[in-house]
Design a protein around this ligand. Structure first.
Ligand SMILES: *Cc1c(COP(=O)(O)O)cnc(C)c1O
Length: 356
C-alpha cells in the first residue's frame, strides 16, 4: 500500500532521490566504491559538495558576498553559533519568541549576552505571529523563526531592522521564494525540506563575521568552515549527498517557484477542508497559518479513535499532533504530493458523512 507520509521531521523525500541514494550507497557513479567509503577529499566527493553549494546558490538566488556552508550539530547548534559569531562582547541581541525552537534559541543567546524578547505569542500557546513590535536600534542582531514547525504558524513578512537579520528557516527553506539579500544569516537543519538529518545549511554574509571581539572555539567559528569550504573536519557525506540530490530534483522540476505553487495548492486544499468540515477546526490564526505544518483538532473528541483508525487504514502516517498542541498536524513539505493531501481530505469527508 502507498503510504502518505505527513511526518514533521525527519520527513518525506522524493522516491527517486531515495532510490539514487540507495544505489550510491552501494556504488557511486561506477567508481567501484560506495559514497560512504571514500575520502571526503576525493575528487568524487568534492564534486558532490561543490554541486550542493552551487544548487543552493542557484535555487535561492544567493547574492555575491555570501558563503554557503554544510555543518553538523543541527539547527540546535546554530542557536549557540549565532550569538558566538554575531553578538559583540558586551553586546545585545533581540529575539522573536514564536514557539519551542525560538525559545531554545533564546536560551543559548542568554548564555552569551543581554538577550531581549521583543514580542512573544506564548500567551496563546504560540497560535499566532506577533506583529507591530519594535526592535531596539542598539542590538547586534534580530533573530526570528520563519516557520514554527510545532505550532503551525509561519511568518509572511520579515521586519526591517537597523542591526543584522538572522532567521531559522529549518522548516520552510526551499518551500517558497525568499529574498536572501534581506538576511545576514540563514540556517536550516536539512531534515525538513532538503535531506536526511545530519547536516545544517548555513548561508552567511561574509562581511558580518570576525567583529565580536570574542574568542570563538574553532568548531563554532563560521570563519573556520568558510576557509575550509565546509571540510575543516570530515563533513557528513551522506546527508550532504542526499541534500544535493533533493536540490537537483527541485531544480529539474522547476525550482522554488514551481514548488511554491504546489505548496500553496496543498495548503489551500488542507485548510479549505479544515474550515469547511464541521467536525474539524484549525488551531492557528488564519493569517498566520503555515503552508508547511497544518495543525487542527476534532470538534468532538469522542470521534478520535474512529478517525485515527480511518486515516491509518487509508495509509496515512505521521499526522498525530505534537504533545504540546494535541490534535493533529499534517506536515506538507516539498516532497509530499498533492494526492496525499487529497487522501487525508477524503478521510475527513468520509468521517463527516458517517456522522451527518
Ligand atoms: C526541527 C527544527 C529545529 C531543530 O533542528 P535540529 O536539526 O534537530 O537541531 C530547529 N528549528 C526549527 C524551526 C525546526 O523545525
Amino acid at each position: 500500500m502507498k503510504v502518505h507520509n505527513f511526518s514533521a521531521g525527519p520527513c518525506i523525500l522524493p522516491q527517486e532521490v531515495l532510490k539514487q541514494a540507495a544505489a550510491s550507497t552501494i556504488e557511486l557513479d561506477n567508481i567501484g566504491l560506495s559514497l560512504i567509503e571514500i575520502s571526503h577529499r576525493s575528487k568524487e566527493f568534492v564534486a558532490v559538495m561543490d554541486k550542493a553549494i552551487a544548487l543552493v546558490k542557484e535555487l535561492l538566488e544567493v547574492p555575491e558576498g555570501y558563503s554557503v556552508l554544510f555543518l553538523q550539530g543541527g539547527a540546535s547548534l546554530e542557536f549557540l553559533m549565532v550569538p558566538y559569531n554575531l553578538m559583540k562582547e558586551g553586546g545585545k541581541a533581540a529575539y522573536l519568541e514564536t514557539g519551542t525552537w525560538a525559545k531554545n534559541a533564546i536560551k543559548e543567546a542568554k548564555l552569551l549576552g543581554e538577550t531581549t524578547v521583543v514580542a512573544s505569542s506564548a500567551d496563546k500557546n504560540f497560535n499566532y505571529i506577533p506583529k507591530g513590535y519594535t526592535i531596539p536600534s542598539d542590538v547586534d542582531y534580530f533573530h526570528c523563526t520563519s516557520n514554527n514547525t510545532i505550532f503551525g504558524t509561519q511568518m509572511k513578512s520579515f521586519p526591517e531592522t537597523d542591526g543584522m537579520l538572522v532567521c531559522d528557516m529549518s522548516s520552510d527553506i526551499f518551500s517558497k521564494k525568499v529574498d536572501v539579500s534581506k538576511f545576514d544569516l540563514i540556517y536550516a537543519g536539512a531534515q525538513k525540506n532538503m535531506g536526511p538529518a545530519g547536516t545544517t545549511l548555513v548561508i552567511v554574509k561574509d562581511e558580518i563575521l570576525g567583529k565580536t571581539g570574542r574568542t570563538i572555539p574553532t568548531m563554532l567559528d563560521y570563519q573556520t568552515h568558510i576557509k575550509k569550504e565546509s571540510m575543516f573536519n570530515t563533513p557528513p557525506v551522506f546527508p550532504i549527498y542526499v541534500s544535493m540530490l533533493t536540490l537537483e530534483w527541485l531544480k529539474k522540476n522547476g525550482g522554488v517557484e514551481w514548488i511554491q505553487g504546489i505548496n500553496e495548492q496543498k495548503a489551500a486544499l488542507m485548510y479549505g477542508e479544515i474550515d469547511r468540515n464541521p467536525l474539524f477546526k484549525g488551531t492557528v490564526e488564519v493569517e498566520d497559518r503555515s503552508n508547511m505544518n497544518a495543525c487542527f483538532l476534532l470538534t468532538d473528541e469522542s470521534l478520535e479513535e474512529e478517525f485515527n483508525q480511518m486515516w491509518a487504514a487509508a495509509g496515512i502516517s505521521g499526522i498525530k499532533g505534537h504533545r504540546s498542541v494535541g490534535g493533529y498536524r499534517a506536515s506538507m513539505y516539498n516532497a509530499l504530493p498533492l494526492e496525499s493531501v487529497q487522501a487525508l481530505v477524503d478521510v475527513m469527508q468520509e468521517l463527516e458523512k458517517k456522522h451527518a
